[in-house]
Design a protein around this ligand. Sequence first.
Ligand code: 26W
Length: 871
Amino acid sequence: MAYRQLQQSNRVAGAPTASRQIAPRVATGRRALHVAAVAEAEKTAATTRGGAASVPAPVDIANKLRYLFGRNGDYTNADAYHGTAWSVREKLIDSFNKTHEHWRKEDPKFIYYLSAEFLMGRSLTNTVYNLGLQGEYADALNQMGYEMEKVADAERDAALGNGGLGRLAACFLDSMATLDLPGWGYGIRYKYGMFKQALKNGYQIEQPDIWLTSGNPWEVRRDDVKFEVGFGGRVERRKVNGKEVTVWTPSEKVIAQAYDNPIPGFDTPTTSNLRLWDAMPLTEFDLGAFNAGDYDRAMLDRERAEAISAVLYPNDSTPEGKELRLKQQYFFVCASLQDVLSRFKAVHGTAFESLPDKACFQLNDTHPTIAVAELMRLLVDVEGLDWDQAWTITTKCLNYTNHTVMPEALEKWPVKVMAKMLPRHMEIIEVINEGWTRWLAGHLGDLKSEERAKRIAAMSIIHENPWNKEEMLVNMAYLAVVGSSAVNGVAAIHSNIVKDEILNDFYQIFPSKFQNKTNGVTPRRWLAWCNPELAALITDTLGTSEWINDTEKLAGLRAYASDKSFQAKWSAVKKAKKAKLAALIKKIHGDDVNQEALFDIQIKRIHEYKRQYLNVLSIIWRYKQLKKMSPEERRKAVPRVCVIGGKAASAYDMAKRIIRLVTAVGDVINRDPDTKDLLRLYFLPDYNVSLAETIIPAAELSQHISTAGTEASGTSNMKFQMNGCLIIGTWDGANIEIAEETGVDNVFVFGVRAEEINQLRKERKNFKTDPRWDELMRDIEGGMFGDKDYFKPLVDSVNNMKVGNDWFLLANDFAAYLEAQEEVDACYKDQAEWLRRSIMYTAGSGKFSSDRTIREYAEDIWHVKPSRPSA
Ligand code: 26W
């Protein structure tokens, strides 16, 4: 089956098909064509993966457009998208229903992935691909005079996430479904996702992401699934049948309304689910407020409720202590836990001791950590369990993943805020903390009392704000560790940093709780269908498409790495993908770029620790060298097209200045007649999942140059690797494991190591900067790229040696980075060697499938087993 799907995918990507030949794509001819195609297709019937017989795709698409949208004939690509999507949706729901019927019967243990972010991107192509319907729908559209690629382009990204953490959650859902693991994602149905980034005179502008206006064919609203979520109010003790019970009476209540987003696995009948919650006012169900004539209050309530799921906080790494964010976190956790418990009770009644055999929850970073207190509240206050019994169940059910080493990124909520918004939860956290610190006191009994008190204070879930002694904070990471069975980092080096630094006190107490689960990405989206040409070549060469589900098989490509004829085919695919990216650059910036140039890419959130600034400095240096060269020397230089993309958090001033530096440097370089054939720099605005799908297959060199020890893992590095893109990078995050799998000599590794960082930071003041660095600082400060004043803080942040400046040690790595860039040039001149390495990257990417990661979670942490419905 997989092989058939792959062949279908090739057809979409450009190989001529019979249907394409008979279907000229001229708008005027469309109507007649489509009528003929529909008539022809009506004669045949198709069977879907869900099992139900259905009308042929062209008829179905036309029907959807006619009856759902009131359209007839001559559709735009956007229309064709909607018709196609609503048609595909039915097959998806058939498959979803079959899977869930099966799971209801089998009653397996479920994993619930709790995440404030799911960065899904587009669904149409992914869905037809995973359902094995790609050929059918591509042909249908062709017959109607459309092209799948253009039609699919009309879909808006579901951008309910900031970056790595949200996209990881999306890859995990794909793998869970593909591996037939009973599992759901739970999150928030934000009305506005990640902002759209535009450029105005080279500066970032944020615009709202209004993604739901034309309807969302990929969700099913469940009018029968809603839960009340409360905030504020008071807590009382009452005696009921001689037993003391706690009653929380919230002062504000909203409704969480479920929307299901079916997640199709690849090459399996399994379709699982992402359940997202929308916040609605209670008053819609309590018309009393209207009847009493309190119209304006009811409308204000509506606004207040809807605000909870209105917008994704666009912060990556630095938490903003906004009350609304805590409200969002509690909102989705509360609804999700009630939902799971109500399904559990429907089958098992109140046998909660077996809850850990039926359900487990993964906390995606600390964002859903209030689950620790909420599960306790539901079990103790609502279900009437003993505290100790509830605690045993809670800690067995929960697990926590840490995704960041930045100390400032660890969420801490002021006790005052928590007590006001979630008074009962604050009490519960206090009781947990009392029990925890008491236990610690016993456990550390051998220590001298002073030392013991210090250790306990350092591990207390509730502690003083070090910057403001008046304020007490709830440390969410500590709560997550104490309340979970397993704690993991996301790459080997990161998990070691978690154990040895961030949570070392806890590691010493519970060494066996701590694990590593190196991240992965789905090879379906990130290789098989974002790069169908390369996928086809791999399948032809290996003689099987099984690598899509078993990426270790990609290792078979190693045997061809030096094969000239294979290299030629490999290179032809890369060239075709580069041409596509060149067309996109032309569309955005109006420039033609040299497609023979080395395509050098850095795409990720703009952050000082990711060091886009260092990249720009090296580009300026390259420019200055080219300027100085004779025509003879220039002919020998390796031409480069550099691309940088990524969003800056709206309040992250320094990141915004970095974007402006990129655009300003680009403006100078791209117009200089001396160099413009040899060097370009483009900032591609509004970097998102879809853009990544175009950029990554075209990349020849990608940059992963964070200060060692700061990037927890990185996941785009894995996507680039799969697509045969060489990496220039520091010894950080998953780069290390990628280098090990690819061959360290095939990777351009540079810079200081994580263990040196602390010392180097202390000594940075006395560090003798490279003369080339000094020159570049003078250039920027002197106005070589205009905007002198605006760039001054940028120069100061790395060059003006106040304590703490150049925190990310750009200057320390600068010379080594330039040297690594020279190695890149030398290697690119030897195309046979470059291609050999490129092939070795893909061949070495087997480990970085999220299937591998999810299998490890399932075996080591979740103890969840596959359960596959019959086809
Ligand atoms: C509350 C503010 C906030 C928002 C997002 C704090 C922290 C985050 C995330 C943890 C940031 C994030 O996306 N981290 C990235 O997670 C990826 C998946 O594990 C890793 O590959 C990246 O290295 C890490 O930066």
